[in-house]
Each structure stands twice: as structure tokens, then as C-alpha cells.
Ligand binder design. Structure first.
Ligand SMILES: Nc1ncnc2c1ncn2[C@@H]1O[C@H](COP(=O)(O)OP(=O)(O)OP(=O)(O)O)[C@@H](O)[C@H]1O
Ligand SMILES: [Mg+2]
Length: 476
């Protein structure tokens, strides 16, 4: 079977002597996907400095061994000792696997990328399975770059918009660019800024005689105040006067940027011509808006550039985490891809989660432990999660109720814990919002009572009762 290597074109040992003319690197904050509404109370693993799990810390209850194991994994990831390795959170439904993965993300902080996907997402109709995985892997690797940027500081002595006749509109005029002259104690400089940046000038009412800070790389402009030379003795203006900046107008500073490989791919993908395919193509693209423009060739180019920066010490690579929830949904092709990817010199850490024991692999008759082929299982660190006792369930429900602003009578909380034990933690947590709603209509202003819970339970049954009911109806 043919599978793509996510790092093909390699991030090591590439020929860096060739020019990469068109690739430019710009900052892009990767949107850390927040699919975590159900886990919004989780803010970390809640470990002591010695790495021991503290109860109720980080928003987590119990599950100490798994949390402590994940604490070690987080440390290893931060020390870059986990690259190319995988972790599997394995345990029954509702034992906090996804919650703990979210806690790992929190512990890693902003600089180490964490990208979560649910395995079933790879079966999209538009994008190849392995392409989705590839994208996920590249969203889970970032580089840190030191960049030297030029900025300008000085008093404005000229600010002249240059206008142009708007295309297709003989009467309207648009600003083409703006001529700007800045002076400082050390000299002066003529600049041409684009119309977009000029908008920020207008918003801040910047005019001739003001002292500004201008960073054209990042499109930033800031008015620092009015130049001192404009101050008069009987000045009634409440303006802030600032001295003329020393040194020359243009200065440089070092900037550290974190950016994922995927963001670099995206930033450098050729913009699609908006006119391609006529109106229907135009609409379809808007409706489907899928990210197929990133080609393998482009990725290879980006890899080469990144590699040249790494080799010259300008950039450092940070393999982060790709979290694949419900991993038993993947098929052999996906696993083969991931296996190869893990062997590549640069790979993120892959954290899997599954609630399956022995399970048939998707699109195959093979029954494998945990729904994962044995060659992958062999290289995975398995972290088990265990079912909760009634007190733990009660504590978790209490935390969730607080997060969802649901007030409960003490007996109602006990009742929900009982329900959690008898059916599932998920089910009992899901009852919270309907209870709040129903309680607000039947007994406005009072905390949710046992009666409300019973009423809601009659409306929304749990999975087991539902299955039993269907069986009964089928045999009737
Ligand atoms: N130890 C815990 N402390 C606090 N909240 C928890 C804990 N474990 C689970 N939860 C919360 O309980 C709910 C169910 O847990 P979660 O979804 O993490 O279970 P899971 O093991 O991923 O289940 P599944 O196998 O069905 O995916 C979530 O809202 C989660 O945030
Ligand atoms: Mg889960």
C-alpha cells in the first residue's frame, strides 16, 4: 500500500544550497482547537512540584495514577525526549481520558503545539484520510524563530496620501499609498506606507508633528504623543509631549516567533484565483471552503526552508502533540501512515485515546487489542484510566454543575451521583442543563431538586435503558 511520508522532503539532511525564492515566513497563530466545552473545568493535571496528583487540583478528581503518568509525559515532551513516541490513554467510557488529554494541553502551555482530532474526522468526503492526518501532524509541530525586524520611530514631517482613481468607478478615488517622512535627532527618512496601514493612522488621528512608532513588518503603528517642539508656553492642550527620539529613524529589534509547520504551509500556499471556475466555482469554494491547496511540493519547499533556518541556528523545532481521540475508528491505511510518520526524524508525540478492549479494526476482520494493530501498540506507552467510585462521581458532577452554573440541592447532587454509578458519568453530566432549564420553569429561583431530576430522567433516558426498551419493543 502506498502511503505518504508526512515529512517527505525531510527536515534533516536536505540540500540547502538551492534558492527558495518564493517562500516567505510570516507569523500565524495556530488556532488551538477548542472542542472542550465539556471539559472547560479542566485547567491542568493538578500535580504537586514532586509530580503527585492533588485531589481537586486543576479541576480534576481522582484518577491519580493516570495524571501522574501524564505529568511525566509532559515533562518528557518539554525536554523534547518524546518525539516519535506515542501514548495511549485506555479505559472504559467516561473515565476522563479526553479530560486528561485536555489537561496535558494546558500543562504544555502556548509554545508547544497541541492539536486534537477525533479519529472519525478523517473520513471526510473531500479530503483524503492521510491528508487529514498529515495536516494534523504539521499542526502539531512548531518552530521557534528569532527574527530581526526593522521599526521606525520619529516625528512626522510629511503625511501625504497619494490617490488613484478606483477601478471601475470613474468618480471614486482610493488611496494608493501614503508618503511619510519621519525625523529623529539622528536624521530623517522618507517611507511609503500602504493604504491599509494608513487606516490605523486615521483611527488614532495621527498627524504631522506627532511622534510615532511604526513596525511595518507586523503592520503596527502607535502614536506616542506630540513632538516637544510644538509645545508653547501658554499651551492649553491636554496633549502629551514627547521628545524627539534619539539615534536614527530606523532601528532593529529581535523578535521571537512561534509558528506551526501547517501555518507556514498555509501562509505560503498560492492564493487561488477567485475567478477560477466562474460563479459556480466561486460559490462552491465558499460553501466547501476546504483546504486542498497545500500540495506535497509546497510542504517539501517549506521543509527545506525550515531546515535551512534550523541548520543556521535561526530556528528551533518544537515537536508538540497530536491527540487522536477514539483511535479505534482508524483503519489500517491510517495506522500504516501513522507508523511511518512516527519513524520520521521529526514527528510530534501522538497521544491516542480509546475505550475499546478487544476490538475489530475498521474495514477489516482482524480483532486487535484496543483496536490498534500490534506493531503500533508495541511502541506505545499505555496509561490506563479506571472507573470512578460514587464519591468521585459526585465530586465531578459538582464541579461540572458549577461550570455550567447549575445550582443543586444537596440531595439532588447525591441523586445525580447515584445515576452516574448506575448508568454513566456522561449521562448524569448531560442531565445538568435540562435540569436547570426545567427547574427554572417549575420552581424559578430555587436549586434543582430530586423531583426535577426524576422528571428530566423520564424525558431523557440513558443508553442502556434505551437499548432495553428497543429490545422489548422488538420482541413485543
Ligand atoms: N477525573 C476527572 N475530574 C474532573 N472531571 C472529569 C474527570 N474525569 C472525567 N471528567 C469529566 O467527565 C466527563 C466525561 O469524561 P471524558 O469525556 O473525559 O471521558 P472519556 O474517558 O474520554 O470517555 P469516552 O471513552 O466515552 O470518550 C467530561 O465532562 C470530563 O471533563
Ligand atoms: Mg473521550
Amino acid at each position: 500500500m502506498e502511503v505518504d511520508d508526512p515529512m517527505e522532503g525531510g527536515l534533516t539532511n536536505v540540500d540547502t544550497s538551492k534558492p527558495y525564492a518564493d517562500v516567505h515566513i510570516s507569523e500565524f497563530k495556530d488556532n488551538r482547537q477548542v472542542r472542550i466545552a465539556a471539559h472547560s473545568h479542566v485547567v491542568g493535571l493538578g500535580l504537586s512540584p514532586e509530580g503527585e496528583a492533588i485531589d481537586r487540583q486543576g479541576g480534576l478528581i481522582g484518577q491519580s495514577a493516570a495524571r501522574e503518568a501524564c505529568g511525566i509525559i509532559v515533562e518528557l515532551i518539554k525536554q523534547k525526549k518524546m518525539s516519535g513516541k506515542a501514548v495511549l490513554l485506555a479505559g472504559p467510557p467516561g473515565t476522563g481520558k479526553t479530560a486528561i488529554a485536555m489537561a496535558i494541553a494546558q500543562e504544555l502551555g502556548d509554545k508547544v503545539p497541541f492539536y486534537p482530532i477525533v479519529a472519525s474526522e478523517v473520513y471526510s468526503s473531500e479530503v483524503k484520510k492521510t491528508e487529514m492526518l498529515m495536516e494534523g501532524m504539521r499542526k502539531a509541530i512548531s518552530i521557534c524563530m528569532k527574527d530581526t525586524i526593522t521599526y521606525y520611530e520619529g516625528e512626522i514631517t510629511e503625511l501625504t496620501p497619494i490617490e488613484d482613481v478606483a477601478a471601475g468607478n470613474a468618480y471614486g478615488k482610493v488611496t494608493k499609498h501614503v508618503n511619510l517622512t519621519l525625523r529623529s535627532a539622528g536624521g530623517w527618512k522618507k517611507l511609503q506606507i500602504d493604504a491599509e496601514l494608513y487606516d490605523s493612522f486615521m483611527k488614532q488621528n495621527i498627524e504631522v508633528g506627532d511622534i510615532v512608532f511604526l513596525d511595518t513588518t507586523n503592520g503596527l503603528v502607535k502614536r506616542k504623543g506630540r513632538s516637544d517642539v510644538y509645545r508653547t508656553d501658554h499651551d492649553l492642550e491636554q496633549d502629551q509631549y514627547v521628545p524627539l527620539p534619539t539615534g536614527s529613524v530606523d532601528k532593529t529589534m529581535e523578535e521571537v516567533k512561534y509558528v506551526t509547520l501547517h501555518a507556514l504551509d498555509q501562509a505560503n500556499a498560492e492564493p487561488r484565483a477567485a475567478r477560477e471556475g466562474g460563479l459556480s466555482g466561486f460559490l462552491q469554494r465558499a460553501l466547501k471552503s476546504k483546504k486542498t491547496e497545500i500540495t506535497e511540493r509546497l510542504r517539501n519547499e517549506v521543509n527545506k526552508v525550515v531546515n535551512s533556518y534550523i541548520e543556521t541556528g535561526k530556528a528551533v523545532l518544537f515537536p508538540g502533540v497530536l491527540f487522536i481521540d477514539e483511535v479505534h475508528m482508524l483503519d489500517m491505511e491510517c495506522f500504516t501512515f501513522l507508523h511511518r510518520a512516527l519513524e520520521s526524524p521529526v514527528s510530534p508525540v501522538i497521544v491516542f485515546a480509546t475505550n475499546r478492549g478487544l476490538s475489530k479494526m475498521r474495514n477489516s476482520d482482524e480483532v486487535v487489542p484496543l483496536g490498534i494493530p500490534s506493531d503500533i501498540i508495541d511502541r506505545v506507552l499505555i496509561v490506563p484510566t479506571r472507573p470512578y467510585n460514587k464519591n468521585e462521581i459526585k465530586d465531578i458532577v459538582e464541579i461540572r454543575a458549577k461550570a455550567e452554573a447549575v445550582e443543586l440541592e444537596p440531595e439532588a447532587l447525591d441523586k445525580l451521583a447515584e445515576i452516574g454509578m448506575a448508568s454513566s458519568l456522561r449521562y448524569t453530566i448531560q442531565l445538568l442543563t435540562p435540569c436547570k432549564l426545567l427547574g427554572a420553569t417549575t420552581k424559578p429561583g430555587s436549586p434543582v431538586s430530586i423531583q426535577t431530576i426524576q422528571d428530566v430522567q423520564e424525558l431523557f433516558i440513558d443508553a442502556r435503558t434505551s437499548a432495553d426498551l428497543l429490545k422489548e419493543q422488538a420482541s413485543a
